[in-house]
Design a protein around this ligand. Structure first.
Ligand SMILES: [Zn+2]
Length: 198
């Protein structure tokens, strides 16, 4: 279509999730006409994200240090862990202001079709965190879709025998969707109305 760098940029942008060919072209030409300083800031931010952002050694959330902001916060209740699929779900639950415990980010959900099993997720790390008896409640806040449900069922079976109270978000969340798409009122209600998994 185009020559050289502009086509390379359109191709790169088109590989991003949620960016179709038309959007890729629009963003590319927007950048072409933007101020050099703005484009440089974007470019350096992209590089910084790869160099500086790490994953918390405790919970798996994104962090700029060994441990994330939430794990470092002594005011957060260490007896409750909210299990989510992705770091963006931590943000979604934080927005509700309903939760004062800690998190555990699995890094995905069980999906046999995509070849993702429990060993591909941070399940072993979760069990290690549960071993010393500090945690008394686990809230399974995986996505309200097939993979999220399968993951929650798997974890509940694994953890309930350890004597830890396991709960699942209440219904009311848009079924089949992502946690991040739920508005904070709905998600907050689902969190406070969580049901114990027996
Ligand atoms: Zn953390």
């Amino acid at each position: 279509m185009y020559e050289g760098a502009i086509q390379d940029l359109i191709d790169e942008l088109g590989r991003l999730p949620g960016v179709g060919p038309k959007s890729a072209q629009r963003i590319a030409f927007h950048l072409l006409s933007a101020e050099p300083a703005d484009v440089e800031r974007l470019a350096s931010t992209l590089i910084r994200v790869k160099n500086e952002v790490r994953f918390c050694r405790i919970c798996g959330n994104v962090a700029e240090a060994d441990e994330c902001r939430i794990c470092r916060d002594a005011r957060r209740d260490p007896s409750v862990i909210c299990v989510v699929e992705e770091p963006k779900d931590v943000v979604a639950v934080e927005r509700t202001r309903e939760f004062r415990g800690r998190y555990h980010v699995l890094g995905g959900a069980i999906s046999p079709i995509d070849g993702v099993g429990p060993d591909d997720l941070r399940v072993r790390e979760l069990l290690t965190r549960l071993a010393d008896g500090t945690v008394t409640e686990l809230i399974l806040a995986t996505d309200p879709n097939l993979e999220g449900e399968a993951t929650a069922t798997y974890l509940a079976r694994l953890v309930t025998p350890m004597g830890i109270a396991v709960s699942r978000l209440a219904s009311g969340l848009p079924v089949g969707g992502d946690l991040e798409y739920a508005d904070e009122v709905t998600l907050g209600r689902a969190l406070s109305g969580r049901r114990r998994v027996e």
